[in-house]
Design a protein around this ligand. Structure first.
Ligand SMILES: C[S@@+](CC[C@H](N)C(=O)[O-])C[C@H]1O[C@@H](n2cnc3c(N)ncnc32)[C@H](O)[C@@H]1O
Length: 375
């Protein structure tokens, strides 16, 4: 049994917790932006393959206080790093946090790296090389209130990068945020999903993958744990088989509109790359031309609208959002609207009362995800 921690971004913890529950990972507690779970490597493989709202899964290995560089070095030596990789493989160390004894993260990373490579050299007479870009073993060190927490990154890449985003638009939403907002809005594959400002199509592609039970990375990427000496290929094969067996092809109603033709092209290419193109209806259309006539039953409208950061844009957007709200009230009674607001004045322009709100960080911007019931 080992303890792992799945991490996400600020504001998305409830979505991650819900996913951990559905996956039946043995959750123990939450801490910061992470959920701890205790289990075997199989649980770690499942978490990496299936979690849509996580950014990475770490294996915490050491916690200690250190006030001098030698103390940091000696504490690192307490863990056997030689069990993960050979001297022919590569390592890197990522350091976060600082205090007045350790005020340079690069120094922390260097000291930890020195301890690890010395451990290899003492045991094998050789040491692994450092590869800052694509290491086989990434060691993550966090310094907080004088305490160092050291973890092994079992993911190897940011899990938000699904590998389907071949074309992009201005301000695309990160994939794990889109997946989390679908969880918050409780979108179910039986109901229509409409994104009238779909940009590169992230919400719709995430919804299609989720509805089909296709893992977010669509089996395309190699995880860090596959490169470790501790890797159990038979267990991994079992996890992959279980995932393939769970795939489904439910009937879906997914619609993506945008008034920018190149956004529609990007969304179409991305959906093709994710192998869900045939499930999504993309069309160039202005928000103000939206009509409820083509839908047989109510569903969810989800939108990550422009925030109006440029001069003069805000006033135009207020008018646009107020027109949008009029269309909703006239044509979309019984639907829900999930609106990612980056600007209180803009969501106020809707003139609707949100029945739920989730504060979150969208890249570096403080936002609120607002859920409305259109009556
Ligand atoms: C923040 S982006 C959406 C990004 C999208 N969620 C993604 O993941 O790529 C806002 C989108 O709204 C579109 N848009 C702006 N004004 C519009 C309008 N009046 N009608 C339809 N789409 C509009 C823009 O072209 C842009 O693609």
């Amino acid at each position: 049994m080992a303890k792992f921690i799945a991490l996400t971004s600020t504001g998305l913890l409830p979505a991650l917790e819900e996913e951990i529950k559905i996956l039946e990972l043995p959750r123990t507690r939450t801490q910061g932006n992470g959920v701890w779970f205790e289990g075997s490597w199989k649980h770690c493989y499942q978490a990496n393959l299936h979690l849509r709202s996580a950014t990475r899964v770490l294996l915490p290995i050491l916690d200690f206080h250190a006030y001098k560089p030698e103390e940091l070095y000696n504490n690192i030596l307490k863990h056997d790093f030689t069990k993960y990789i050979t001297t022919e493989q590569t390592i890197a160390v990522e350091a976060h946090g600082q205090n007045h004894q350790f005020n340079d993260q690069r120094f922390i990373a260097l000291k930890v790296k020195d301890a690890i490579v010395d451990q290899f050299r003492d045991k094998f007479g050789k040491r692994p090389d450092v590869d800052g870009k694509n290491p086989d073993l990434l060691v993550v060190v966090r310094l907080f209130k004088g305490c160092f927490s050291v973890s092994i990154d079992t993911s190897g890449f940011s899990l938000t990068k699904r590998g389907y985003r071949e074309q992009t638009v201005e301000a695309p939403i990160r994939e794990h945020i889109a997946a989390s907002l679908l969880t918050y809005a409780q979108w179910s594959p039986e109901e229509p999903l409409l994104d009238p400002m779909c940009g590169s199509g992230t919400f719709l592609i995430e919804a299609a993958l989720k509805a089909k039970h296709i893992p977010p990375t669509q089996y395309k990427q190699t995880f860090a744990f596959e490169k470790f000496k501790t890797f159990q290929p038979d267990i991994w094969a079992e996890v992959l088989k279980e995932a393939h067996d769970k795939e489904q092809s439910p009937p879906l109603e997914l619609y993506g509109f945008d008034n920018n033709q190149s956004a529609i092209r990007a969304a179409t290419e991305n959906a093709k790359a994710a192998k869900v193109r045939e499930l999504i209806n993309f069309k160039p259309q202005n928000l103000t031309d939206l009509s409820g006539k083509n839908f047989n039953k109510p569903g969810l409208i989800i939108v990550n609208p422009p925030y109006g950061e440029r001069l003069g844009e805000l006033e135009k957007l207020k008018v646009l959002y107020s027109e949008f709200a009029s269309i909703l009230k006239k044509d979309f009674k019984g639907w829900r609207l999930g609106f990612l607001s980056g600007h209180a004045e803009l969501s106020a322009a809707l003139g609707l009362k949100a029945h739920r709100k989730w504060p979150l960080m969208n890249s570096k911007l403080e936002c609120k995800f607002l859920l409305y019931e259109i009556r």
